[in-house]
Design a binder for this molecule. Structure first.
Ligand SMILES: [Fe+2]
Length: 389
């Protein structure tokens, strides 16, 4: 059988102070006018104001667009594209967590292609409508979790229909990803933990996915090793630049990996916790991941053994299943040590919504590659096992 795998990152620039290179990179792309997408709060800090001033001092015109919330909506994307129509940029930069990067991806599509954001919904054939006419795009993550700085998708919320959907295309992989650990040293332990476990979930789901392309598998396993080593350090000592850089690199690899292998049941279920109850994405994954691993284990036990090994568990002399269980216990221990809530009722999830969430979870394409086919009843059972009683 012939398969085609695409969506690899372009240029990666990594290191403390890497954002200082933005102006030079814009010029190397032939750019003179930059629109910079960022969040309303972070854009007022030196993390964003510094690069803006530096680029202006280097002769570039820079317009800041910061009307972006925690979950980018269609309205925010339209506003970003309108700002681009007026300013006529030749390069786009996004500095922030996943939201400004996702918003910039969709605004790039809307600006260069026209129409409505919904026209590019991946669930209704949007991928076919996105052509390689996008502006060069530089993504600068300020958290180590989403992987959006190297992925082919922006997740957009429809406030009218109360759904999230992907605007997805191989052409949306950012031209350049700039990984600057100095942008992460101020993150709280809570955000460090939840975004870090999101990256861990990306690695694990990508590695057990039935797509399983060799490069993506290798990235996932190395991402797990690095997160195991450096997330606890970044959590305890936020100013540790080495740990922050390793986490950015691990998160980037996780993103590059799931770009190809896709994700699984944990993300399908986590998305519902966020949309029904506003549970932060990384926390939602952390709450569900161990039980999803237990559910999936029969379908991919050798893969879960590899994960346990990458997590540093001593698996010598153990069967694949015994080793796999050690890996799950290690994930649980990491979450416990970072004080991530353990049960769904701890984050306000109402058990009565489980049947509805199970239906919508299985409609989410993010889990189409889960190693174990899942019925609605089985999905409900996994949710129920994540409650205290
Ligand atoms: Fe995620």
């Amino acid at each position: 059988m012939i398969n085609k795998y695409q969506g690899w990152p372009g240029t990666i620039i990594t290191g403390a102070g890497a954002t200082d290179t933005l102006g030079a990179e814009v010029k190397a792309l032939g750019g003179k006018k930059v629109i910079l997408f960022s969040g309303p709060h972070i854009s007022m800090t030196p993390m964003v104001q510094g690069p803006i001033e530096k680029m202006r001092s280097e002769g570039l015109e820079v317009l800041l667009f910061n009307k972006i919330g925690a979950n980018p909506t269609e309205e925010m994307v339209v506003a970003g594209a309108e700002a681009m129509k007026e300013f006529k940029p030749d390069v786009i930069i996004a500095i922030g967590g996943g939201s400004p990067i996702d918003c910039a991806k969709a605004a790039n599509v809307l600006y260069t292609h026209g129409g409505q954001v919904e026209d590019y919904n991946v669930n209704t054939g949007g991928i076919e409508r996105i052509r390689p006419i996008l502006l060069p795009f530089i993504a600068v993550p300020t958290t180590a979790g989403s992987g959006s700085e190297v992925t082919n998708v922006g997740v957009i919320t429809s406030t009218k229909r109360h759904v999230k959907y992907g605007v997805l295309s191989p052409f949306l992989v950012p031209t350049i990803s700039v990984l600057d650990p100095l942008l992460c040293t101020g993150l709280s332990p809570y955000v460090t933990a939840s975004t870090g476990i999101d990256a861990m979930t990306h690695c694990i789901e990508s590695y057990v996915s039935f797509v399983s392309f060799c490069i993506a598998d290798a990235e996932a396993l190395q991402g797990i090793r690095m997160i195991k080593d450096y997330l606890p350090i970044a959590y305890k000592d936020g100013g540790n630049v080495e740990a922050r850089e390793k986490m950015l690199q691990a998160s980037m690899m996780a993103g590059a990996s799931f770009n190809v292998n896709n994700l699984g049941l944990c993300h399908q279920m986590a998305h519902q916790l966020s949309s029904y109850f506003g549970v932060p994405h990384g926390v939602a994954n952390a709450l569900l991941l161990p039980e999803v691993m237990r559910f999936n284990m029969p379908a991919a036990v050798e893969r879960y053994r590899d994960i346990a090994e990458a997590l540093g568990c001593d698996i010598s002399g153990l069967s694949a299943q015994e080793a796999a269980e050690k890996g799950i216990e290690k994930v649980e221990a990491m979450c416990r040590e970072m004080n991530i809530p353990k049960y769904l009722e701890d984050v306000g999830v109402d058990k009565a919504q489980v049947p509805a969430m199970a239906v919508t979870a299985l409609q989410d394409g993010v889990g189409a590659t889960n190693p174990r086919p899942t019925t609605v009843e089985e999905c409900e059972q996994v949710y129920y096992r994540c409650f205290r009683d």
